[in-house]
Write a protein that binds this ligand. Sequence first.
Ligand code: 13P
Length: 289
Amino acid sequence: MPLVSSTPMLQAARAGGYCIGAFNVHTLEMLQAVVEAAVETESPLIIQSTVGTVKHLGPEYIAAAATVASNLNPRIPIALHLDHCTEFDLIVRCIRAGYTSVMIDASHSPFDDNVAQTKRVVEVAKPAGVNVEAELGKVGGVEDDIVVADNEALMADPDECAAFVELTGVPTLAPAIGTAHGIYKGEPKIDFDRIGRIASKVDVPLVLHGGSGIPEEQVRRCVALGMAKMNVATELRIVFSDAIKAVFAQNPDENDPRKYMVPAKKALKEAAIEKMRLCGSFGKANDFR
Ligand code: 13P
């Protein structure tokens, strides 16, 4: 099966009260690990790459690898998403390369400009059957080159969310609700009441950013309130890198990449399975047959 748009997947997740894990990958082995996790748990999957990774590897290589994964595993719906992109031209290049979902992140711009930039992307993506995600408010923390200090993080306003979806026609929305990119210093301070108010005004699937380190009970509350996609990046990078470091700690002279990539892949697969369990997505791939 070719890569699919994430729009129907996420609509089904919101309607069904579960969430789909969206995992940032940076290497072929990371991509294979999250695919193996989805196959083993029969979970729908969103593979993501940041702008930094797209520039590092090239969107065509990433899309080719994701397409192979999708064709080899026809029982699992797989979407390929571009995370936090601020550049219209790069979005178009990724869509041409085969991405089935893109995020236009104009959350740093004033509301009207965010609307205009998002609308422009929706206009090119929708006819191509490609999902679009936009952000309102500002998610704190560090994601690739995007850095938002704690005192600059800004919660999304429910009425603005409703107006934004209406004005742009965007099919998925990432409202800032208190989570942050990176590892939390304490527990995240999620504004559950705000998620509920946003979800009551906006019927498109909502996206939970900053999925690393959110305690299980908090993830479940977010999902119950309407979060249909959970982005996870930092935790997966750490698990993957730690497994490689462990190999070198044992054998500093190791020089066969397969020797350190195999345990790294295994560790990442297990971490992704755990996130899919939190999302409640086990077995949900069967709904798409
Ligand atoms: P974390 O790095 O905190 O998991 O956040 C990922 C994310 O939201 C990517 O958009």
